[in-house]
Design a protein. Structure first.
Length: 287
């Protein structure tokens, strides 16, 4: 009640920290805390709801996996959705509160990509038109650290950034929290680009493998003079696709940089592609 007191304009950080400590000390702390916070976030008093959202985000920062597990369940997510939905409290919740709730859920989709229910809840809000576009997170927003972080996360491989983030998040000074948020957002961009590179590599290598397999099949029929006109056209189209895949592999190799494992995978795919193209040209020339 003290941490979410609507008569106080500023956050009571001492009470908020004490609340987090109590959540961590109690076996069922996360479950009880989220029930209380849902009730406060649904308050018709804007100040109380906004304070409760700050407490929620601070708990996500400080209360670990047990809290994350409970907050990612539909049981709690539905309580947040009620604040936005015109069928429930959305008809009288203030725009400021609804905006903050949207920001909170969106930030969780970024930091907890493995939590399918969070992703589903947010996509449902977009499909229903309740959320028109992804919010732009303000610089002073306290973003939760990912839990667990993906393997080979930038924070795992960059010890300096990891230590800096830990120090900034422990601080109660607003400027330090802003700096922490800027650091987190820069790492999000790096992680997203890294993930996009992995996805592009996997998709391209899979496409190369499938095209090479099909070329080998058609070549075998070609050597036995068993290709019908439609198969000849298919082989010609396959060759064109294979030629277009080569520059994509070159770009992937330059992106891989010092990642020896990724580079080896790309070079192997490139060798297979070159082999298939060479054999095809040789077969056509001999015929």
């Amino acid at each position: 009640d003290e941490a979410t007191d609507p008569s106080v304009s500023e956050e009571n950080w001492e009470c908020i920290q004490q609340f987090c400590t109590q959540v961590n000390a109690d076996t069922e702390g996360p479950l009880f805390a989220l029930r209380l916070l849902a009730h406060k976030i649904q308050s018709p008093q804007e100040g109380e709801a906004l304070h409760a959202l700050t407490v929620l985000e601070t708990c996500v920062n400080n209360c670990g996996d047990r809290f994350h597990s409970e907050m990612a369940k539909f049981r709690f997510l539905n309580e947040l959705i009620k604040v936005l939905s015109p069928k429930y409290y959305g008809i009288w919740s203030s725009e400021k509160v609804k905006s903050r709730v949207t920001e909170v859920i969106f930030s969780w989709t970024v930091w907890f990509p493995q939590e399918v229910k969070i992703q589903d809840a947010y996509q449902m809000l977009k499909k229903q038109g309740i959320v028109k576009e992804d919010p732009k997170l303000p610089e002073d927003k306290i973003l939760p650290p990912p839990s667990p972080r993906p393997q080979n996360s930038i924070f795992d491989t960059d010890e300096e950034k990891s230590k800096l983030l830990a120090r900034l998040l422990r601080s109660s000074h607003p400027e330090d929290l802003q700096a922490a948020n800027r650091l987190i957002q820069s790492v999000i961009k790096e992680e997203q680009e890294k993930s996009a590179q992995v996805s592009r590599r996997a998709n391209t290598i899979s496409e190369v493998s499938e095209n090479v397999r099909r070329v080998d099949e058609l070549l075998e029929s070609y050597r036995r003079h068993e290709l019908c006109p439609a198969d000849r056209e298919a082989l010609h189209a396959l060759l064109q696709r294979c030629e277009k895949l080569r520059p994509r592999l070159f770009r992937l190799a330059s992106e891989a940089g010092a990642d020896e494992e990724a580079l080896a995978e790309i070079l192997q795919a490139s060798d297979e592609l070159s082999r298939a193209l060479g054999q095809c040209r040789q077969a056509v020339a001999s015929q």
